[in-house]
Design a protein around this ligand. Structure first.
Ligand SMILES: *Cc1c(COP(=O)(O)O)cnc(C)c1O
Length: 360
């Protein structure tokens, strides 16, 4: 068996310990004679799995009692519609456009009301986070929406926008559990787990109690109401049982590592190795303004498309997978999520140094 260093943006690398444990429990989960995949979601055994997962994520993020944790499906992309359907009471919302995912969420919200783009970094191909300290927030805005970490462009909000008292909603898909987070700053925050938390198929939402209501837009399907999930412990229907089980294992792994403060340190350390190299390289350069850099997704280029392609091909042959940039932007991107070991980043930098010498 050979494991590669997987720099995929998502689905992405998971902790090896978690995969091994899941493999050991595959045929017989803790003496019950079946896999978690085969188990009734109404069984005691499964209830314990989902309850423990919820308790552990609450513990990791120190989620206060007035917030509920929801396990959903449909990917982050279904949330783009669920958010306006549930929260756009005045049919007005403000969006900050920092990349593809914010753009898609904004476009979806327009199906339901007036979705204003109150700031954007499109002028410089989303290579920075705009100043959000004094934005023209709409008086009757139901919420202000951000994509907190921009997976494709490699930027991150290091400071949350001043929403002038409006509810903040954030897509944290690609920075979920990468560092501690003050949940109380958000009315609703969510992420697809396949970036930094687990296998594709699960979306976790953290919602403040007062946001959970029956007062949703007319025609909102039952399965797209947050209240349906909140009222039924995320089991109105069959949840993505196996995915939630793996997420639960990742939560335990994070707790064993020392929690999110430790993860933040590790992630910053890994990102620094790569950024320091990029800042000093004569061949490679990062594409993001330093103050807006993500510690999860690191895009870089050589400035020569042929050389980029050569790098992607040679790195793959050397055991570094998925370094090709997003199909819409080209270049390279290294996603260095929680489960990417420091050694993986060090080895990548050594490989880049070698490539730089050979192609000087
Ligand atoms: C990947 C990603 C999405 C889309 O996720 P799906 O689960 O494929 O719908 C949305 N937002 C962010 C920030 C992402 O990284």
């Amino acid at each position: 068996m050979k494991r590669v260093y997987n720099f995929s943006a998502g689905p992405a690398v998971l902790p090896e310990e978690v995969l091994k444990e899941a493999a050991e429990e595959m045929l017989d989960y803790r003496g019950c004679g079946m896999s978690v995949m085969e188990m009734s979601h109404r069984s005691k055994m499964y209830q314990q799995i989902i309850d423990e997962a919820e308790a552990d994520i609450r513990d990791l993020l120190q989620i206060p009692d007035n917030y509920k944790v929801l396990f959903m499906q449909g990917g982050a992309s279904l949330q783009f519609a669920m958010i306006p359907m549930n929260f756009m009471k005045n049919r007005v919302a403000d969006y900050i456009i920092t990349g593809q995912w914010a753009k898609k969420a904004h476009a979806e919200a327009k199906l339901y009301g007036t979705a204003n783009a109150i700031a954007s970094s499109a002028d410089k191909t989303f290579s920075y986070i705009p100043d959000c300290s004094d934005l023209p927030i709409s008086e009757d805005a139901d919420y202000v929406y951000i994509c907190e970490n921009n997976t494709i462009y490699g930027t991150k909000f290091h400071e949350l926008p001043n929403t002038k008292g409006k509810n903040l909603i954030a897509d944290i898909s690609s920075c979920f559990l990468s560092e501690p987070m003050d949940v109380t700053k958000y009315a609703y925050v969510y992420g697809g787990v396949q970036k930094n938390v687990g296998p594709a198929g699960v979306v976790i939402g953290i919602i403040r109690d007062d946001m959970i209501t029956d007062d949703v837009l007319p025609g909102t399907p039952t399965m797209m109401k947050y209240k349906t999930y909140a009222d039924n412990g995320s089991m109105y229907n069959t949840p993505p049982c196996y995915g939630i089980y793996i997420c639960g294992k990742v939560f335990k792994w994070l707790k064993n590592m020392g929690g999110l403060e430790v993860m933040k340190q590790k992630n910053e350390e890994k990102a620094k190795i790569l950024y320091d190299f990029l800042d000093n390289s004569k061949l490679f350069k990062g594409t993001v303004e330093p103050a807006s850099r993500s510690i999860m997704n690191v895009p870089f280029i050589t400035g020569n498309e042929e050389l980029d392609a050569k790098f992607v091909a040679e790195s793959k042959a050397a055991g570094f997978e998925n370094l090709k940039g997003h199909r819409t932007v080209g270049g390279m991107r290294a996603s260095i999520y929680n489960a990417m070991p420091k050694q993986g980043v060090e080895d990548l930098v050594a490989f880049m140094e070698k490539f730089e010498k050979e192609n000087a």
